[in-house]
Design a protein around this ligand. Structure first.
Ligand SMILES: [Zn+2]
Length: 149
């Protein structure tokens, strides 16, 4: 594969984590609680950080369509799973077993979990129809009415 052809997410992550996140609230709870609270924020982060990436890829990786393109998390790293993992990485477990995590650290850890791994890119560029089919095939029960990331 020619250099650049893989359209790595990494440069977009580098850019996103450099931009300041001035506000820093703290979340306390189980990883599952934190995932629920952070759900819409995590969708926004993916959408904003990888907007340019989506237009760089430019067509659905399944059918070639160029309209209604969306970022689809690879089946083994669905967005809620990455949020829980980021909360565990960036947070501290207290004596009560609850996680305490700063939102700023959570955002950065969540973005970092989008770096390419041995299987390659963690996001696929899919049209709306192929995205739905892809998520259905993975058995991921996306929360109803949640906007796709
Ligand atoms: Zn498609």
């Amino acid at each position: 594969m020619a250099e650049g052809a893989a359209q790595s997410l990494n440069p977009y992550i580098d850019r996103a984590v450099r931009s300041p996140y001035p506000e820093n609230a703290w979340l306390v709870g189980s990883a599952a609680d934190i995932e629920r609270v952070f759900r819409s924020e995590s969708a926004t982060i993916v959408k904003n950080s990888f907007a340019r990436w989506l237009s760089t890829v430019g067509s659905c990786e399944e059918c070639g369509a160029t309209r209604q393109l969306q970022r689809a998390h690879r089946q083994d790293c669905a967005r809620p799973k990455l949020v829980r993992e980021a909360a565990e990485r960036a947070g501290r477990v207290g004596a009560d077993g609850m996680l305490t995590v700063g939102v700023k650290a959570l955002r950065v850890a969540f973005l970092e979990l989008h770096r390419d791994d041995a299987q390659g890119r963690r996001l696929r560029c899919l049209c709306r129809t192929c995205h739905r089919a892809y998520d259905r095939a993975s058995g991921a029960s996306a929360p109803s009415a949640a906007p796709p990331a």
